[in-house]
Design a protein around this ligand. Sequence first.
Ligand code: ZN
Ligand code: ZN
Length: 334
Amino acid sequence: MTVIESVASEADADPKMPPGVLFEGPVVDAKFLDSYIAFGFMIGGSIAALVWAVWQGIGRVEVSVFVGMFVLTTIGIGFMHRYFVHRSFRCNPVMRTIFAAIATLAVQGSILKWVSNHRRHHLHSDKPGDVHSPYYDGSGNRYLSFVKGFMHAQGGWVWDQATTDGEYYAKDILADPISMFFTRTRWYWYAISAVIIPGAIGYAFGGVHTMIGCVLFSGLFRSYLMTMATSLVNSVCHSEGHYGYRRFKTDDGTTNELVTTILTFGEGLHNNHHRFPRDAYLSHAWYEIDINGLIILGLGKLGLVHDIFMAGSRAARAGAEGGKASVPDTEAAV
Ligand SMILES: [Zn+2]
Ligand SMILES: [Zn+2]
């Protein structure tokens, strides 16, 4: 996809900010309402989970559900990122429905919002207009303090008085009935992920007491912790010189960082990703373990997804063969 036509009026635009960013109106109000409710439940639930863990204890069932749902939703965000944002591969509507469901179960906002924010992030990576850069705040002012910038990238950006215009960045999502069904019904999926699945499993294996532990610890606390793990990609993996290493020279502060890569199943190979944004598989060395990428390649072998995009490995092969390492596709946004 190329640059999408702007629908933002020039008169409304902030001179420091690129088009496609909304500063007021019902979309900004809706963003705040979504964030207040989601983080209210997740943070309130996390505090209650820690109190419950100390007071009542946490058992095998709670830990197993925590791990199982953490793994499922981490894979879900992998699909959110590589399929819905970057179109790294193609699949049929049944697979798209499954990917949309587990992506929404991650409780990280709707597909429409996640895709719009992330495409804007790539287009303005670590420049004014980036949604969650450690270098610039939500109004395009440069951070002088590393800690302040890091905290903005890690989560403060959610509370910026601005939001991304889906009409500008995600027309394909708006036109996809499956993505929009999950966008409209997101709250049901959040409830299924954070309350219903953990509660049902807890009740089945240990009655009401385990059910409460599972909802608090394996549902709400896990959703918050998993969101924080994903956010390390925005903070840690954009902190050149502080964390991780750079395989490629890119026009931003991206790095590949080991701990984030483990916690996010490969998304922490973020310098590789910004160099080849559309690649389905992010690893460029044996020690760069990209579990989400391996899952996509495995689904490809099974015939469940197809047209898997691999510009990075083509470039590496061209280099190894002594050819000019020309890369046909390095588009920034999608
Ligand atoms: Zn990034
Ligand atoms: Zn990306």
